[in-house]
Ligand binder design. Structure first.
Ligand SMILES: Nc1ncnc2c1ncn2[C@@H]1O[C@H](COP(=O)(O)OP(=O)(O)OP(=O)(O)O)[C@@H](O)[C@H]1O
Ligand SMILES: [Mg+2]
Length: 256
């Protein structure tokens, strides 16, 4: 069995815990992610997907339960250790991109390499190459505000990939992309996953995008409600299974 790189035990998150507006976003989530997994996360809006992603990428802390990274409890790690872990191992793609508006697309993409104190030559080379791959090579001197939503999303993706992370954590990475760019991105993710052994955890609401994963969890009201694996089935069969799970949930809600 491949080693476990990310694990959660009894993960619970309550926002605004001590006020009248308390929201239990995650109830009790237990998951193991192994090296080389391509895990998808689906579920209705507000079901806790981004909350889950923020917990496993150490951006926010759980109210109860624990997150383990390479077997180590995040609660036991110093802020310094967590920081190092983040920029050495993780590539994040946020739902709202989180690009810096006053920095050019180049500077935004280069950010993780700048933090890791890479040389200007190496930064130039890597940023240019990844931007070309994502078809934003011509936009590197522009500010994010001068680019389209899809272009900004691709810059956020380039920034996540520029440091060759071992784990990619992506929240709706295709949310602002058309079907052609979505497919290109999923081909890239698949290549990173199968050829370079990169572990990927990806939230998506799109069944076709989800059909690129090897495993899929469905989150409902803060719990994992269903879990499926692609196994040896081909992508079309896997896609049909995903569609039928997603649509049966919609129907149930419709009749409720
Ligand atoms: N910072 C916050 N403060 C208070 N409540 C929050 C916060 N972030 C999320 N929530 C609430 O927690 C619940 C889960 O939110 P979350 O963002 O994890 O959902 P999601 O599954 O990612 O939804 P979507 O598909 O719309 O992105 C929602 O009820 C949301 O309103
Ligand atoms: Mg979300």
């Amino acid at each position: 069995m491949r080693e476990i790189v990310l694990e959660t035990k009894g993960l619970r998150k309550v926002y605004n815990a001590d006020s009248l507006n308390a929201v239990e976003a995650l109830h009790n989530v237990n998951i193991q992610v192994r090296k080389g997994d391509f895990l998808g996360v689906m579920g209705p809006s507000g079901s806790g997907k981004s909350t889950f992603i923020n917990m496993i990428s150490t951006i926010d802390y759980p109210t109860d339960g624990n997150v383990y990274i390479n077997g180590k409890n995040v609660r036991m790690m110093s802020a310094n250790e967590i920081g190092h872990f983040r920029y050495e191992n993780l590539g994040f793609i946020f739902q709202d991109f989180n690009l810096l508006d006053t920095h050019t697309m180049f500077e935004n993409i280069a950010m993780p390499m700048t933090l890791a104190k890479e040389t200007p030559e190496k930064i130039e080379e890597k940023v240019t190459a990844i931007a070309e791959t994502l078809n934003i090579g011509r936009l590197l001197n522009k500010l994010p505000g001068e680019c389209s939503g899809g272009q900004r999303q691709r810059a956020a993706i380039a920034r996540a990939l520029v440091n060759d992370p071992a784990i990619i954590v992506a929240d709706e990475p295709t949310g602002n992309l058309d079907s052609e760019n979505s497919e290109d991105l999923m081909d890239l993710f698949r290549k990173l996953n199968t050829e370079n052994g990169v572990t990927i955890v990806m939230v998506t609401h799109d069944s076709f995008v989800a059909s690129y994963t090897s495993r899929l969890i469905f989150i409902k009201d803060g719990d994992i409600s269903t879990e499926i694996e692609r196994g040896n089935t081909d992508q079309d069969d896997y896609f049909s299974r995903i569609v039928s799970i997603s649509s049966s949930r919609r129907k149930r809600r419709h009749h409720a």
